[in-house]
Design a protein around this ligand. Structure first.
Ligand code: ADE
Length: 239
């Protein structure tokens, strides 16, 4: 898979792309990630990438020119068309399902904005999909691009070193993950649930399922849908 990141701050991606699972996947050629500074596609003396909004209002807006030229430059390199993604709080909120969808794309171009936002023609003209990493506003799209890259890369075959590892984890089956324990059996007086030491795989499986459900009901009832929600409220009221 190939991922190009259009950013004004390519230097912030360095350690991220060299460390941990992403670093190993890059080194192994499972994914190739390149950062391109779209300021390099400006033609004025000040190398400006933003301008005041038509109609007035606070802040600055990212101009079309440098972003279009950077994308066109990348597209000259390959005959295929990349999926262009704008990182913006206006976007579709990132979920595990959306990561799985993006992981199937052979080529992504992630565009990190700054300032008040993008000129709308960037989205329209590049046919871009908009992605948000949550309902809060960051000062730039770079942390969001790293979240998207990390979430995608660990799904790529060969990235984790142990296939199937992503099948059981939180969200993969619509539930949060069950509690996990490792050695020692006793840590400062805190033990391990007896069932996990029993060697009875059917009981362990049932316990994990029950724990995953209970945890999801408590922490994220929204994941269980509106019916489960109502049942919980009924239980809370003693109905
Ligand atoms: N840029 C600024 N805030 C963002 C968010 N929440 N998600 C994605 N990109 C952003």
């Amino acid at each position: 898979m190939r991922i190009d990141v259009l950013t004004l701050f390519p230097e912030v991606f360095g350690p991220f792309l060299e460390s941990s699972i992403v670093g190993r996947a890059v080194a192994a050629g499972v994914v190739s990630v390149r950062c391109v500074n779209y300021r390099d596609f400006t033609h004025d003396r000040h190398r400006s990438v933003d301008d005041r909004p038509f109609g007035g209002g606070p802040g600055m807006v990212l101009r079309c020119g440098p972003v279009f030229e950077a994308v066109e430059h990348l597209r000259q390199e390959r005959p295929e068309k990349p999926l262009v993604v704008l990182l913006t709080p206006q976007g579709e909120v990132l979920t595990q399902a959306l990561l799985a969808e993006l992981e199937r794309e052979p080529w992504l171009v992630l565009i990190c904005g700054h300032y008040e936002g993008f000129d709308e023609r960037i989205r329209l003209g590049l046919g871009a999909r908009q992605v948000s990493i949550g309902d809060y506003v960051l000062s730039g799209g770079e942390p969001a691009a790293m979240v998207v890259i990390d979430g995608i890369v660990r799904l790529l075959p060969g990235a984790l070193g142990h296939e199937g590892a992503t099948g059981d984890e939180s969200f993969a089956r619509g539930l949060l993950e069950y509690p996990q324990y490792t050695r020692p059996r006793d840590f400062r007086g805190m033990g391990v649930p007896e069932v996990l030491l029993s060697g009875d795989h059917a009981r362990i499986e049932a316990w994990r399922r029950e724990q995953a459900l209970a945890r999801t009901r408590q922490q994220r009832p929204d994941l269980l849908g509106p019916d489960a929600d109502t049942d919980d409220r009924k239980q809370d009221c003693g109905v």
